[in-house]
Design a protein around this ligand. Structure first.
Ligand code: RM4
Ligand code: MN
Ligand code: MN
Length: 405
């Protein structure tokens, strides 16, 4: 199945030019888009009920990078890979960095893991026991060092901390404990590095979470300093939360540090980006495009996705393509007419300007951008035809889990 032809591209170009779109600048911005893929998205993961193993998944962090290099090679926009420690622990992080570079990749965000050890039953940096907080803080400091060794300048923090029952612990004391631990970590980070704070309303804690929403993450970040910023994971909101509004607000505060893109229908489902609600993804990009034009704040666009039943590299490719399309559509919004409609109170006019951009079939444009970056017009077909998956299955056999089981 070919998703687009040269003729489709020429037709689209003509239509966009008729609409007054500055195509070269749209193409330039699409070429500059960067998306980070997660090492844990390439290994076997599952739900709390089961992990269904797939043949050929990576056996170690080096092989995860090899798979990530496929995604970058076919799309041209995914040169960095987030790592999760200890899932991606290796004897020599210099070797991992060199291996990444040999594949035209680099190590992106370093994600500590303070949620899987028995000591963390009552929390990590919020735990009532100072010895456990010490252990958690030491692990975060170890990750700062790993970032140094791998050339990463992002420490991306997600805490499973929270309580299951009312009265279990004091909200305020837990918050103070977190701030105290994070102050130590923040002070240990080089001035060029950023700390991202990821919030989540529930799970694994079911009564309260210590960083439950953007406000909790933002205010803790404000206590720490300006390099502590908020990370928005699209699966980490209560239902009906207007995520594009949260994005606009954090952008305006200069505190939107990064994204974990995925999609969900119910909870933190970690499904393929854009698979459930592509319109929401487009609206988020509408805010991002506007902010890009206003300021140059750095935002790390990362995918946080795990695959239970779908082929992993192909799922990652589809997410990347959906992100390219969402960005492309947002770049097509007629900003001047939108501003005019907004100022004159033309409610439906403004809304229809967004719909017009959203309804544009940008697939030929994205395909052509990928080709100019050395990637493939149709990355999924190209990957399927390359024989990479079959070769990996032969060499790697059953592979290994990404930390879930
Ligand atoms: C969490 C959160 C984190 C991710 C872990 C595995 O729900 O999204 O970003 O590192 O899952
Ligand atoms: Mn996440
Ligand atoms: Mn999550």
């Amino acid at each position: 199945m070919s998703i687009t032809t040269r003729q489709d591209f020429e037709d689209l170009t003509r239509r966009l030019e008729d609409r007054g779109v500055d195509l070269p600048s749209v193409e330039e911005r699409l070429r500059a888009q960067r998306l980070e893929t997660p090492s844990w998205g390439y290994g076997d993961t599952g739900t709390r009920f089961a992990v269904f193993p797939q043949r050929g998944v990576p056996r170690d962090p080096f092989e995860k990078l090899a798979d990530a290099a496929q995604v970058h090679g076919l799309t041209g926009v995914c040169p960095s890979v987030a790592i999760h420690i200890p899932w991606d622990k290796v004897d020599d992080f210099g070797d991992l960095k060199d291996h990444a570079e040999s594949l035209a990749l680099r190590i992106g965000a370093v994600n500590p893991n303070v949620f899987q050890e028995p000591e963390y039953k009552l929390g990590s940096v919020c735990n009532p026991d100072p010895a456990v907080r010490r252990k958690a803080t030491d692990h975060l400091l170890e990750c700062v060092e790993i970032a140094g060794k791998t050339g990463s300048d992002v420490l991306s923090l997600w805490f499973a901390d929270g309580t299951n029952y009312a009265g279990q612990d004091s909200f305020t004391e837990r918050r103070h404990r977190m701030v105290e631990c994070l102050e130590e970590v923040y002070a240990a980070m080089p001035g060029s590095s950023r700390m991202l704070l990821e919030y989540k309303p529930y799970e694994p804690a079911f009564y309260h979470t210590d960083l439950a929403d953007w406000g909790a993450a933002l205010t803790v970040g404000q206590r720490l300093g300006e390099r502590a910023q908020v990370l928005v994971d699209l699966g980490h909101h209560a239902k009906e939360v207007n995520i594009e509004y949260v994005v606009a607000l954090l952008l305006d505060e200069g505190r939107l540090g990064g994204f974990h893109f995925n999609n969900r229908k119910y909870g933190d489902d970690d499904l393929i980006v854009g698979s459930v609600n592509p319109f929401e993804l487009f609206l988020i990009y509408v805010e991002l495009v506007e902010a890009e034009e206003r300021s140059k704040t750095r935002i790390d666009y990362m995918i946080d996705q795990t695959h239970n039943i779908e082929p992993k590299v192909e799922a990652m490719l589809l997410s990347v393509m959906n992100l390219q399309e969402a960005y492309a559509k947002a770049l097509l919004v007629d900003r001047a007419s939108l501003a005019e409609a907004r100022h004159s109170g033309d409610v439906l006019g403004a809304h229809r300007i967004l719909l017009e951009a959203y309804a544009t079939d940008v697939r030929p444009l994205c395909a052509s951008v990928r080709e100019t970056l050395g990637g493939a017009a149709d990355p999924i077909s190209a990957f399927q035809q390359s024989g990479y998956a079959e070769k990996a299955a032969e060499e790697r056999g059953e592979g290994a889990g990404a930390g879930w089981s």
